[in-house]
Design a protein around this ligand. Structure first.
Ligand SMILES: Nc1ncnc2c1ncn2[C@@H]1O[C@H](COP(=O)(O)OP(=O)(O)OP(=O)(O)O)[C@@H](O)[C@H]1O
Length: 255
């Protein structure tokens, strides 16, 4: 079943068209990576798919229902969204930040049910945060905070997870680890949409790739059909060479 369907969506910012008649579908149990140069419109597409930016024209459906018809709580229960460079504005413990990811699922009043505590423990463990649970989130390194935000986004087991550059600032071990977690979530049935600049990582984890440039979707489909020399060379205006490896591909650019 298709989870998210972006249908002929155009978004304008001022006089500029930053998303131009974009149509693409994201399926349950699949991990789609959105690639493209700076300013291509990746974050705009993610914002539209997350229901955070209303399309100027066109529509976005989640399991056949228009996103604009869903209540904010219903949307928050079903999809999690993690923006590029998220911030924490005041001192709050790591554990509390992760617990915020459950807000839409919890009763509006009363204590935290025990089952949800287990979920928080699991999320902390998954992202290697157990030792940091009582630390103020304002006192973490950029990479530690990125892991906390991934834990928050995934603690409620969303059906749709949208993540903008989740590995920026992560060291190689934690970047690979975060990418594997996203892969595992997709394998468990979640529709995962990730914007990534790291194309080698994209080749490792993606089922599908959406290639964007100048607000347009230039190509989309199975990762191996999009991550090719001609498509990447056109996309980035620099010669690209893709070498297939056992667990994905290595992509090199030549000036
Ligand atoms: N709030 C805004 N007002 C006006 N223009 C904007 C706004 N946000 C984004 N844009 C423009 O829209 C275009 C697409 O931006 P977007 O953030 O979607 O690109 P991106 O592919 O995610 O880029 P990057 O790889 O640099 O994160 C860019 O040209 C950007 O300057």
């Amino acid at each position: 079943m298709t989870m998210v369907s972006v249908e002929d969506v155009t978004v304008r910012r001022g006089r500029r068209t930053v998303l131009d008649a974009a149509s693409v579908q994201f399926g349950a149990g699949r991990l789609a990576v959105v690639i493209g140069p700076n300013g291509a419109g990746k974050s705009t597409l993610l914002d539209v798919a997350a229901g955070l930016l209303p399309p100027g024209t066109g529509r976005v459906l989640l399991d056949g229902q228009s996103l604009s018809s869903l209540s904010r709580r219903e949307l928050a229960k079903r999809r999690a969204y993690l923006p590029q460079s998220p911030q924490v504005d005041w001192a709050i413990s790591v554990e509390r930040v992760v617990a915020l990811g459950l807000t839409a699922h919890l009763p509006a009043f009363g204590g935290l049910p025990a089952t949800w505590r287990e979920r928080i423990d699991l999320a902390l463990d998954r992202f290697d945060l157990v030792d940091l649970r009582d630390r103020p989130a304002t006192q973490l390194s950029g990479g530690e905070l990125a892991r906390v935000m991934l834990a928050r986004a995934t603690v409620g087991d969303p059906a749709l997870l949208i993540v903008d550059e989740p590995t920026a600032g992560l060291d190689p071990r934690h970047a690979l680890d975060a990418a594997r977690r996203l892969r595992t979530l997709a394998d468990g049935g979640c529709a995962v949409i990730v914007a990534l600049h790291d194309l080698d990582l994209a080749a490792r984890i993606a089922d599908d790739v959406v290639a964007m440039k100048n607000g347009r979707i230039e190509a989309h489909g199975l990762a191996e059909t999009v991550l090719t020399d001609p498509i990447l060379s056109d996309l980035y205006d620099i010669e690209a060479r893709v070498s297939r490896t056992a667990d994905g591909a290595t992509i090199r650019f030549h000036a």
